[in-house]
Design a protein around this ligand. Structure first.
Ligand code: NAP
Length: 203
């Protein structure tokens, strides 16, 4: 039996904040492998200009090869249409062994809004969640929502500590455009890939 945890996102590019979540999940839970799931079409970012799936996937491949316990999935690339999480997790479960376990990782704020996502009831009934408790986020709100999901849908959830780093993909793209260093924000391999492929040079 293998326990997997999926972290979904745009990852344009993947940065040390994303990797810190994966590290904290591996350290604080029984999860054997964290699967990075780059979105083909993130439902809330449909009108944003983003790098191609292949470029974002390659950067994730490079970052994951630099650490243990991490992998990248191409699943959302292969699915038609918008990348709704309920569907991604249904499809992924079909591909795992019967006794494998699957969790989905979210920040605390995102966790409390899962009941607004597409097919929320199905999502919350059929999946288990790892919520990252971030300093400054009201713990009572997170706990109240965990209780509410459990009572309404039987949703299993656990909380881990994750200090959200002051890094965002937007910040990295801006720094590259302005010719400023990004070596403290991404892994060495990802930095090389961005330079070699001339990513984020233009607005
Ligand atoms: P994102 O901004 O690309 O971030 C990916 C993950 O990294 C999130 O869990 C985010 O936590 C975390 N993160 C980002 N910066 C961080 C930092 N500096 N330090 C620590 N953690 C950091 O992801 P997204 O665009 O919100 O999408 C997340 C997933 O939700 C995707 O799989 C997307 O498809 C899914 N989604 C689904 C629906 C739907 O099904 N209707 C709607 C919206 C999103 P936070 O959660 O705290 O941001």
């Amino acid at each position: 039996m293998t326990t997997y945890a999926v972290i979904g996102g745009t990852f344009d590019p993947v940065h040390l904040g994303h990797l810190s979540i994966a590290r904290d999940v591996l350290e604080q839970t029984e999860v054997d492998e964290v699967i990075f799931m780059p979105a083909k079409l993130q439902p809330f970012k449909l009108d944003e200009e983003i790098s191609s799936f292949e470029e974002r996937y390659m950067m994730l491949k490079i970052a994951c090869a630099e650490r243990d316990g991490l992998s990248v999935s191409r699943l959302e690339k292969d699915l038609e249409g918008v990348s709704y999480t309920y569907r991604t997790l249904d499809e992924l479960r079909e591909r795992l062994k019967k006794d494998d376990e699957l969790w989905f990782i979210t920040g605390s704020d995102t966790f409390t809004k899962l009941d607004t996502w597409t097919e929320a009831e199905h999502l919350l009934r059929t999946n288990s969640f790892i919520a990252c408790d971030r300093p400054g986020y009201p713990v009572e709100e997170l706990e109240a929502k965990r209780q509410e999901y459990f009572e309404k849908y039987g949703t299993r959830s656990v909380v881990i500590n994750n200090e959200r780093l002051d890094i965002s993909s937007t910040m990295i793209r801006e720094r590259v455009r302005e010719g400023r260093p990004i070596d403290k924000l991404v892994t060495p391999g990802v930095e090389k890939y961005i330079q070699a492929n001339g990513l984020y040079k233009q607005d």
